[in-house]
Design a protein around this ligand. Structure first.
Ligand code: PLP
Length: 434
């Protein structure tokens, strides 16, 4: 080359060279060559205009690749239903059902007669069979939608009687009272934060009453001088009782004695139970509505029901989850601490062979997802220096742990047992010098 500076435009890497880069080539294989080439060309143009150093073209093109969607992560946080990680992990049966339903399906057709059928009846039938105490069932987009539909159809322009101790915030700044009032229903607050009696409810009833609402305070606990009035007592008041149980347990779980379940709540006299599909039920995001035939009919015929309806993938996952309820959520909740300890010890030993020093420490896992706040699950974790946290989080697959006092804890309770090897490999990919 001569003495003068090289025209930077001549240093811009060629398209073929860039498309041969392993990362860009892999992206071309999954996203399509045309799409990746368009990204590459845009970045080359920026370099030719002098907006980008030609040496940075490859990295800029990689950074500009469209992300293919949410990424699968390994949840080693010890939080079984982590809202930021998508709450429940679907069972293999539910995943298979989603895949099978992804094309054309009989979601709204009776194949025997060739006529239109009630949408999603396989999921609805499964739910009804799993909770015989429910005379009728309906499914909407999530727990919040179930409440909105109930409030709109049963109490718009009228009053919802609710205890001051149950006006909860469900997370991310969303508050149930705001949600309910957005439907045009008025809240008639009764009692106090810590105590609400049957007489408080009775005194508030009148011709304006749409229903009495009972909300399970799922993400906090009030202790001390407290008194709440249960569904069984409220059902004696002569107005419909709607119970938001939150968690989605269909039947009682001895591990979670304080979590209400749909069957017991209906037997106690609730006219309607609302719950989420992706909490303790371990299914897809959904809002479950179980209750009296007349109430459910009003809900599903309301115009808003059409705006809150669930898609065929959700219905497929929900049907499979209810049919085969041994979900990853249940497996994680009921995992034996001794077996978890053995898995962590094996992981530590195998990492030791590769010169990585990790420790095995007791840990406490929680239910999460705004559920069972008082429940602590004995667990075991692999303890690594904190510097592992960021590279594991940004690795492939991302591994999410919890940083506690300068150590990264990887709790295996919510990691599928067949993914321990993936955790080991992820740890080994972090450059080691400890
Ligand atoms: C989680 C929860 C909700 C909201 O349900 P989503 O499925 O998140 O919309 C409402 N009420 C209670 C008591 C809950 O625990």
């Amino acid at each position: 080359m001569g003495d003068g500076p090289v025209d930077p435009r001549r240093r811009v890497p060629r398209t073929d060279t860039l498309l041969a880069d392993p990362v860009l080539a892999a992206a071309a294989a999954s996203l399509g060559r045309e799409q990746v080439k368009a990204v590459v060309n845009r970045v080359q143009d920026r370099a030719r205009r002098g907006e980008l150093d030609p040496d940075e073209v490859r990295d800029a093109a990689v950074a500009a690749l469209p992300t293919p969607g949410p990424r699968a992560v390994l949840n080693a946080t010890g939080v079984v239903l982590h809202t930021n990680l998508g709450r429940a992990s679907l069972s293999p049966a539910a995943v298979a059902a989603v895949v099978a339903a992804a094309g054309h399906t009989d979601v709204e057709l009776d194949l025997a007669t060739g006529r239109r059928a009630r949408r999603g009846r396989s999921a609805l039938d499964a739910l009804a069979a799993a909770v015989p105490d429910a005379a009728a069932v309906h499914v909407v987009n999530n727990g919040a939608a179930a409440l909105v539909l109930a409030a709109t159809a049963l109490a718009a322009g009228r009053e919802i009687v609710v205890s001051r101790g149950e006006l909860v915030e469900i997370g991310d700044g969303f508050r149930l009272p705001d949600l309910l009032e957005s439907t045009g229903a008025r809240l008639r607050e009764v009692g106090t934060t810590n105590r609400t009696t049957l007489a408080d409810y009775a005194a508030a009833l009148g011709p304006q009453t749409g229903f009495v609402l009972k909300v399970h305070p799922s993400n906090f606990r009030v202790t001390g001088f407290t008194s709440a009035t249960g569904v069984r007592q409220l059902a004696t008041l002569g107005v419909p009782v709607v119970a938001d149980i939150g968690s989605g347990l269909l039947g009682a779980d001895p591990l979670l004695p304080d979590e209400p379940d749909a069957a017991s709540t209906l037997r106690a006299g609730a006219a309607l139970v609302t719950a989420s599909g992706d909490k303790l039920l371990g299914g897809p995001q959904a809002g479950l509505l179980l209750g009296d035939v007349e109430v459910i009919d009003r809900l599903r015929r309301h115009p808003l029901a059409r705006a809150l309806r669930v898609d065929k993938l959700t219905l497929a996952a929900l049907a499979a989850t209810v049919h085969q309820p041994n979900t990853p959520t249940r497996v994680a909740l009921h995992a034996d601490p001794g077996a978890l300890r053995e898995r962590v010890e094996r992981l530590r030993d195998r990492l030791g062979v590769d010169g990585r020093k990790a420790e095995v420490v007791p840990a406490v896992a929680v239910v999460g997802g705004g559920g069972a706040p008082g429940v602590e699950l004995d667990s075991w974790a692999l303890s690594l220096p904190e510097r592992y946290a960021a590279p594991l989080r940004t690795g492939d697959p991302p591994v999410l742990g919890r940083v506690v006092r300068g150590r990264l804890l990887l709790d295996l309770r919510c990691v599928p047992a067949d993914a321990d090897e993936a955790v080991r490999e992820a740890v080994l990919r972090v450059p080691g010098d400890d």
